[in-house]
Design a protein around this ligand. Structure first.
Ligand code: NAG
Ligand code: NAG
Ligand code: NAG
Ligand code: NAG
Ligand code: NAG
Ligand code: NAG
Ligand code: NAG
Length: 471
């Protein structure tokens, strides 16, 4: 009798366990369409606009083109918000006593107002709430803050910077929530309006970050609802201001790429591989090295090698616009010279490199003056070709791609020559900067001696001799 009872109870427990397992797996599959959003009913007839912050005092020629100011773009997005604001940011210093922080403070106040209106605000950060007054205040006002311990996950940092508004509009770009990004930093990003198909995909990166809340390490496998929706093989088909386009988002580090999520590096590879005529690259730093605190630096050939391949094997014209600033590593010049050397005696091989220097005036300030002045810096991070653009959060530095968290976005258009094409517009931005007085073929011998970092000491004479060939 008691044995029978045992068997019955055992059977019941088994049934229950199977039921629970079924429910959970069903939730995992059905969870795909949060808010009823799915590939079938999402909006893919979108508007797109480039946003830029151009520092005060930066002089372009009178006819230079300008895009929507970053502050205005962000402000409009927050004004559109009716339900939700999701923000991933590497910085949270919108407030400062500096008179230049006025716009940052306005954004912060706007966020406070939205929180007070019961709009759901979700923030992802690798800064502890306790270390940021802005985050702390936002949390007090009702924002949900996810802390990502990137040190623990991958010995890296969070560099991702994107927004999702009302599950419809998206910002992605070089600027994070830092008042300086609205001041003396030169930033570039992109805003999509009415584009829930893109949200469907990028929302999953946000969800992946959120899933790490309270976790000290990355799970062995990711839930299905964090898988990529679109990737390089299966791109999102959409209209951008009426132009037929394709797009997908990419993610980093590799550890954060579940099934069908493109890794940033692969996204950039695909953009360079698809180029037929030219590849224009704008980044703050170009350094094909991985530096670790404890170990020696190691060579990181991935993107450096991709450029060589495009130049030598496919005769694609490459232009590289790097920022020249206080922290430019002297080895940058060596790697650039080495890249240039590969074109030796190949007429169809065309590489030009320029350095964008916004600090020229302050180069010879005393140390004290320098510490009190804020650096101006071109922080753009994009690649534009004759067919595609990639806009991301990383510079071309080994550590960024191997350790840090960041996201990117690829857009392709067959009609990339039309004035209404975002690809054409970004190409024009690149050329505006390339031909501006701020972009120079840095001749090492002409770098003022008063610069604290004297590349001459690190770069051998060979380099200096090779430099005039830049043009
Ligand atoms: C910018 O241009 C204006 C007018 O052409 C000039 O007065 C000013 O000195 C320039 N500023 C810089 C930083 O070159
Ligand atoms: C912003 O900073 C100023 C000065 O540091 C401070 O007085 C003010 O309370 C801060 N505002 C917010 C909203 O934190
Ligand atoms: C983040 O992770 C590192 C390494 O595991 C650990 O030392 C540190 O205490 C963690 N920080 C927080 C705030 O949990
Ligand atoms: C987005 O769609 C709504 C409703 O269709 C429309 O009113 C609005 O103007 C659109 N926004 C943009 C920026 O095109
Ligand atoms: C540019 O694109 C717009 C919108 O797609 C189209 O109406 C226009 O005819 C195109 N212009 C050219 C020159 O192809
Ligand atoms: C991932 O992408 C491949 C190729 O595009 C496709 O065959 C596969 O079904 C996708 N897997 C998932 C889980 O979406
Ligand atoms: C797309 O349309 C919007 C609004 O109509 C405009 O502000 C934006 O500049 C256009 N984008 C492109 C790439 O032409």
């Amino acid at each position: 009798m008691s044995q029978q009872k045992c068997i019955v109870i055992f059977a019941l427990v088994c049934c229950f366990a199977i039921l629970v397992a079924l429910i959970f797996s069903a939730v995992d599959i059905m969870g795909e369409d949060e808010d009823g959003l799915s590939e079938k009913n999402c909006e893919n007839n979108c508007r797109i606009t480039l946003v830029e912050n151009i520092p005060k005092g930066l002089n372009y020629s009178g006819s230079a083109l300008f895009h929507l100011p970053l502050f205005q773009g962000w402000w409009n997005l927050l004004n559109m918000a009716k339900k939700s604001v999701d923000i991933v940011s590497s910085h949270w210093n919108l407030n400062s006593s500096s008179p230049l922080a006025r716009q940052g403070r306005r954004l912060l106040e706007k966020l406070f107002q939205l929180a007070a209106r019961d709009i759901e605000i979700k923030l992802v950060s690798d800064v502890l709430t306790a270390d940021s007054k802005v985050l702390e205040d936002l949390k007090l006002k009702g924002a949900e803050v996810t802390y990502m311990n990137m040190t623990a996950y991958n010995r890296g940092r969070l560099q991702s910077s994107f927004w999702i508004i009302d599950k419809q509009h998206v910002y992605l770009g070089s600027a994070s929530l830092d008042w300086r990004s609205l001041g003396q930093m030169k930033e570039l990003g992109v805003i999509f309006y009415n584009c829930s198909c893109l949200v469907l995909d990028i929302q999953r990166i946000f969800a992946l970050y959120s899933s790490l809340k309270y976790k000290t390490k990355v799970p062995q496998s990711w839930s299905k609802r964090l898988y990529g929706v679109y990737d390089n093989q299966k791109k999102l088909q959409l209209q951008l201001n009426g132009t037929k386009s394709e797009a997908f988002v990419s993610n980093s580090p590799k550890l954060f790429c579940p099934k069908n999520r493109s890794f940033d590096l692969d996204a950039i590879y695909s953009v360079i591989d698809d180029a037929q005529k030219f590849v224009y690259i704008a980044v703050t730093d170009y350094l094909p090295l991985i530096s670790n605190v404890n170990t020696q630096r190691i060579y990181w050939p991935d993107l450096d090698g991709k450029i060589r391949e495009a130049l030598v094997l496919r005769s694609v014209k490459v232009r590289l616009l790097i920022s020249f600033w206080r922290n430019t590593d002297p080895l940058t010049f060596n790697f650039v010279s080495s890249l240039k050397a590969i074109c030796t005696e190949i007429p169809s091989c065309s590489l030009k490199v320029k350095f964008f220097d916004l600090e020229k005036e302050s180069a010879c300030l005393s140390k004290e003056q320098k510490d009190n002045s804020f650096p101006k810096l071109n922080r753009n991070k994009y690649v534009v070709t004759d067919r595609e653009v990639y806009i991301g959060n990383f510079d071309w530095v080994g550590n960024d791609f191997t350790q840090n968290a960041g996201a990117g976005l690829v857009i392709s258009q067959a009609d990339a020559g039309n004035e209404t094409s975002v690809i054409k517009q970004l190409k024009d931005v690149f050329e505006r900067d390339w031909y501006s007085p701020y972009a120079q073929n840095l001749q090492l011998t002409k770098i003022p001696n008063c610069l604290s970092h004297r590349p001459i000491t690190a770069a051998p004479d060979k380099t200096a001799a090779a430099t005039p060939n830049v043009n």
